[in-house]
Design a protein around this ligand. Structure first.
Ligand code: PYC
Length: 398
């Protein structure tokens, strides 16, 4: 009989660390904690592993952010992703064929130029390229043909690419399980008990768990879960929609993003095009796809690749994005509730960050020290006026 990827366990009545959320952030945190010698860990997932944002994103990995803090953090993630197949002994199908962010006006070119310079100062491979080179890299892109928004330049980021998101989640789940963590699916958190400013227990639909350390690693419901511990978050939740087409002969190696056209597209190893848009402009917990999204995404994709006009869309879906005011995540401990940690506010950019957030948060929890790369993302930045403004680098989510 083949080995199970992770085992089922009885829910214990106490754990040293309870992680809420069985997506890439929760599972990576569990895995790296086991590597630091922490053993009595539970990962609680209300549905099934990878049900939330980890199974709904468009699997893009990149580190061409705008701020020095963001670039250093996401670059840490790209480095971990590059080693992940070996680290976890699992083929995560990471394809680093480059990422292009298009500019269609002078202001866009100036923004990308600034990003390229900041990226390079942080050692990240990224530069601005112009139409002839763009056409060489993506021969089928409508660079010189008739279009409403001519392509003037692109931020070219060669280490960017796509990965098989399910494989990443399963690999971390297996690694965490092998390290001794218990993964409990269908286990919904109903309350977090706090007494005199210290976490005491988590109450679930399967019973109460005593613990001094809780990690909120949820997406979509992050503010509701933090509220259970009495911690308010500056988060608004919006759906983000995406879709996939039938398989086509390979023609697109790189990831193409246009924030002017509100679209990003890549081609998977199976030949399908995966494309997505900005977040829906209303706050909601709906996971329903809409015709409005499909019409917009198709229209925008055809500006870039007019020859795709008769291609069929096979499937569409939505995920939930917890948007913070500065488009950066909230990671670390909470000053008012001892033992309550968070890796939340992952907006539209969470999947690419999973390894870094798990790695650095595990170190933070296990040692009690805050790694330098985590410091800027503390919840305290909102009342110390130290925002990490990444809106301009968040693909299309604005
Ligand atoms: O941040 O790369 C990104 C992204 C792609 C799709 C949504 N966000």
């Amino acid at each position: 009989m083949s080995e199970r990827m992770w085992r089922q366990h009885e829910l214990q009545d106490s754990y040293d660390v309870v992680i809420i959320g069985g997506g890439v952030h929760g599972l990576a945190t569990a895995y790296y904690l086991t590597q630091l010698g922490v053993r009595r860990i539970a990962v609680l997932e209300a549905k099934y592993v990878g049900f939330g944002g980890s199974g709904r994103n468009t699997a893009i990995v990149r580190s061409n952010y705008r701020t020095p803090e963001g670039i250093a953090f996401y670059n840490h993630s790209v480095g971990l992703y590059e080693q992940l197949a070996e680290t976890l002994d699992f083929n995560v199908m990471f394809s680093q064929h480059g990422h292009l962010t298009l500019a269609h006006n002078e202001r866009g070119v100036a923004g990308l130029t600034e990003r390229a310079l900041t990226n390079r100062l942080q050692g990240v491979n990224s530069r601005v390229i112009f139409p002839n080179e763009i056409q060489e890299i993506v021969p089928d892109l409508n660079v010189f043909g008739h279009c409403r928004f001519p392509i003037m330049a692109a931020l070219y980021h060669p280490p960017g690419g796509i990965i098989r998101h399910d494989a990443v989640v399963w690999a971390y789940a297996r690694g965490a399980d092998r390290g001794g963590a218990h993964i409990h699916q269908q286990t919904e958190v109903q309350a977090i008990e706090v007494h005199e400013g210290q976490v005491q227990a988590v109450v679930t639909n399967r019973g109460r768990i005593k613990t001094g350390t809780v990690v909120n690693a949820t997406a979509g419901y992050a503010s509701l879960v933090s509220q259970m511990a009495g911690v308010g978050l500056p988060i608004e939740t919006h759906p983000l929609q995406a879709c996939v087409t039938e398989s086509l002969k390979p023609f697109l190696n790189s990831v193409i993003v246009s924030s002017t056209l509100h679209v990003y597209v890549s081609q998977t190893d199976r030949g399908e095009l995966v494309l997505g848009a900005e977040v829906d402009d209303y706050a909601s917990y709906s996971l329903k796809g809409t015709l409005h999204f499909l019409e917009g995404a198709a229209l925008h994709l055809l500006e870039l690749f007019p020859f795709l006009a008769s291609v069929k869309v096979l499937r569409q879906w939505a995920g939930l994005c917890d948007m913070t005011p500065d488009y950066s995540p909230i990671i670390g401990d909470t000053p008012d509730v001892k033992g309550f940690f968070m890796t939340v506010g992952w907006g539209t950019y969470g999947f690419k960050a999973g390894p870094a957030s798990g790695h650095l948060l595990a170190e933070h929890i296990a040692t009690g020290k805050t790694p330098d790369k985590l410091r800027p993302f503390s919840i305290t930045r909102f009342y110390e006026d130290c925002l990490v403004g990444e809106k301009a680098a968040a693909s299309v989510s604005h």
